[in-house]
Write a protein that binds this ligand. Structure first.
Ligand code: ZN
Length: 174
């Protein structure tokens, strides 16, 4: 008797979506550290400087810290959103770029779990790319920048290990 072995290869391409300024299907924990409405035109990449994924999230959920970002991505690829993308988060601090000051007013902040000089994990970078792509599809983002670009005297993040080559091309220049 002939035995048929059917091998199916499923390629699951699950693009991230944004509905009402939130990523669909990711964990959402609202930070109290936020301001009013913004219209984001930049994405700012950070590292959290933390040794584990949850401590940075706890810090950003604590009203005493007065810091926050819109999204945190762990080394395991876990994505957590902490505020809607049209709400001002407190990630950039004193900053300037292209004639603008206080970049929190113009940007979405993404924190990546990294102590500073560690290699970023592949799944973490892939998730960050997916998040950036979803944001770029929904908002008129002009550039993806590092915290070090907008506050060079104070900040080094996202650091020398951050693969800018994978992120800069996500913005299609006309
Ligand atoms: Zn930063």
């Amino acid at each position: 008797m002939k035995r048929l072995i059917e091998v199916k290869t499923y390629v699951i391409k699950r693009d991230m979506n944004i509905k009402e300024d939130q990523l669909v299907g990711v964990s959402y924990r609202e930070t109290p550290n936020k301001g009013g409405i913004i219209q984001p035109i930049y994405i700012i990449m950070h590292y959290d400087g933390a040794s584990n994924g949850s401590s940075a999230i706890h810090w950003m959920l604590d009203p005493k810290s007065k810091v926050s970002a819109h999204v945190h991505i762990g080394r395991d690829g876990l994505v957590t959103q902490l505020a809607a993308f049209n709400i001002k988060c407190w990630h950039a601090g004193q900053s300037s770029w292209a004639g603008l000051k206080d970049l929190n007013r113009y940007s979405i902040g993404i924190e990546l779990q990294n102590k500073g000089s560690e290699l970023y994990s592949e799944i973490q970078i892939n998730k960050a790319i997916e998040v950036c792509q979803a944001i770029i599809a929904h908002y008129p983002i002009r550039e993806i920048l590092g915290h070090n670009d907008i506050a060079p005297a104070r900040k080094e993040d996202p650091g020398i290990q951050f693969p800018w080559m994978k992120f800069k091309p996500l913005i299609k220049k006309e």
